[in-house]
Write a protein that binds this ligand. Structure first.
Ligand code: FPP
Length: 248
């Protein structure tokens, strides 16, 4: 029998997949457990999506692991998420290297506790020569934070006279984003049935295909990822052109 994976057209793989991993709390609640239990199982789903993407040949996987707004959650939950991050960095480093995956992180990383910040920097450094896939964790990240930072940097350059206002174009803005050098996501997946962008990669998803699934993040399996990719491959990406222009 043909498996879901066999239905994926390898020549038309998304180069970059971004994911909003949502529903950990509800998943746990439905099981009568604390929200943190959902986050713990969320790490397993991170591992399987990461593995699936690397096996297929997806070059970039970008995960919304902790938003700027998540700092407003209870200190119990924030601490638990930070502990999970520290543990995952420690336990998964070997796997990242064995699978030739480069770790990257974007966001206002200076807000992370020192231990997490240091292990993150060391894991990034440790994997910097891996080139099969780049796994980007968005931590203390939000699209508006990123755009504000880019605008400030560009404004300062204009003020110094290094850049003329008419030189501010899309390419220059791209260069000032935390994702500089990365292709824009082709496919954005959000789990848990919510259909929102929640301040994620606001500039970069201008032409991304959006895929929403009812599955809670801890239940999101490799097969679910394959399904999202197949759905993406059945769409016609027009980038503002007409269907006829695309087919020519
Ligand atoms: C959203 O679910 C999920 C998060 C805010 C955190 C995601 C974190 C992980 C999957 C674990 C840590 C990740 C790494 C990379 C080690 P929610 O809490 O908003 O769920 P809800 O909408 O059901 O309340």
């Amino acid at each position: 029998m043909e498996s879901l994976k066999d239905k994926i057209i390898m020549e038309r793989l998304p180069q970059h997949i971004a994911i909003i991993m949502d529903g950990n709390g509800r998943w746990a609640k439905e099981k009568g457990k604390l929200r943190v239990f959902g986050h713990q199982h969320g790490v397993d789903a991170v591992r399987s999506s990461c593995e699936a993407c690397a096996e297929l040949g997806v070059k970039y996987l970008t995960l919304y692991a902790f938003s700027t707004e998540n700092w407003n959650r209870s200190s119990f939950e924030v601490d638990a998420l930070m502990t999970l991050l520290a543990n995952a960095l420690k336990s998964e480093l070997k796997t990242l290297n064995n699978n030739n995956i480069r770790l990257n992180a974007i966001g206002d990383l200076s807000r992370l506790p020192k231990t997490q910040y240091n292990s993150l920097m060391s894991a990034i450094d440790n994997t910097k020569n891996n080139d099969r896939m780049t796994l980007t964790l968005c931590l203390s990240y939000s699209g508006r934070w990123e755009l504000t930072k880019a605008m400030r940097e560009i404004a300062a350059k204009v003020q110094e006279g290094v850049v003329k206002p008419e030189q501010v174009d899309e390419a220059l803005i791209d260069k000032h984003l935390a994702t500089a050098g990365m292709p824009d996501p082709d496919l954005l997946i959000r789990t848990s049935g919510e259909e929102r962008i929640s301040n994620y990669l606001l500039w970069q998803i201008a032409y991304s295909e959006l895929y929403f699934t009812e599955k809670y993040w801890p239940d999101f399996s490799k097969e679910d990822l394959y399904e999202a990719i197949i759905d993406y491959q059945n769409r016609e990406r027009r980038f503002g052109k007409t269907s006829e222009q695309i087919k020519k």
